[in-house]
Design a protein around this ligand. Structure first.
Ligand SMILES: [Zn+2]
Length: 273
């Protein structure tokens, strides 16, 4: 076991306190971690931020590494990632709904290193990624967490019509075939080399989409999705207020000035050639 308070120069903070609540930078802490797992974590974060257009962050908040409970945390061999802080940008995992591209870009590269990654859609993981190495990196059709990730990127990165339910079925296998073909990756996805290639390309495309999609129109569609995710009693009043803003003539004219420039096919070509 080793005690650390940073990884690759990225400070490790804790932000689950009354005066440092979740979503803030928190305060630097010491964390106990198993040595081999630390090596994997270092390599993973190295690769994530090498590709991430925001570069190496200043701070990562973690809910814990060694935690006195059963499972991988009890051996210092699991990491809970709450949020990432760059000088001017933040990714808070609980904000998945409006930070999908950045979130899924990071997750794609994490998955190249950790056999287990539990994300926003996995029960009890809305506010952090849990990663560990208790199983090898590969794709298993019966894995709920892997199928959730797969369906999320097919839907939000590759814009396919697909149900996100964590269950591998005919719809998912059909869309996988189609998208893999477009990306020039061999099937089946259960062959490790194919899966790794998919993770790599998907991470790169997600990051490119993140870079492109800061137009007011996209930010507006993020806002709409956040509203649709609210509890019903709040949703109606916020939606109506937003609609009356959007229906205003001057708003409509202003929004008409922005074109949606994003072109998935050209991004795919850029990344795969
Ligand atoms: Zn965990």
């Amino acid at each position: 076991m080793k005690t650390i308070n940073q990884v690759n120069g990225i400070l490790l903070h804790y932000a689950r306190l009354t005066n440092h609540p979740y979503g803030t930078r928190g305060e630097q802490r010491n964390f106990v971690i198993e040595e081999h797992f630390l090596d994997v974590l270092k390599n993973a974060l190295q690769e994530v931020f090498e590709h991430c257009p925001l570069g190496v962050p200043e701070v990562i908040t973690t809910a814990g590494i060694f935690v006195d409970k059963p499972g991988q945390h009890g051996h210092g061999k699991a990491f809970d990632l709450d949020a990432v802080f760059w000088s001017n940008e933040t990714l808070v995992t609980r904000n998945f709904i409006h930070q999908k591209e950045l979130y899924l870009g990071i997750e794609s590269f994490l998955r190249k290193h950790f056999g287990i990654v539990l994300n926003y859609y996995y029960p009890n993981h809305k506010d952090h990624w849990h990663v560990d190495t208790s199983v090898p990196v590969d794709y298993n059709e019966t894995s709920k967490s892997e199928t959730l990730y797969l369906q999320l990127v097919l839907k939000y990165i590759y814009k396919e019509e697909i149900l996100v339910d964590g269950v591998w079925g005919r719809q998912t296998s059909g869309v996988v075939k189609e998208v893999f073909k477009k990306l020039g990756i061999n099937t089946p996805i259960t062959t490790k080399v194919n899966y790794i290639k998919f993770l790599d390309i998907t991470g790169k495309i997600a990051f490119k989409l993140y870079e492109e999609k800061v137009s007011p129109k996209h930010l507006l569609s993020n806002l709409t999705e956040v509203i649709e995710d609210l509890p019903q009693q709040n949703r109606i009043v916020v939606r109506e207020a937003l609609n009356s803003f959007l229906d205003h003539e001057e708003t409509a004219t202003w929004l008409g000035n922005f074109e949606e420039t994003h072109n998935l096919d050209s991004l795919i070509e850029e990344v795969t050639t």
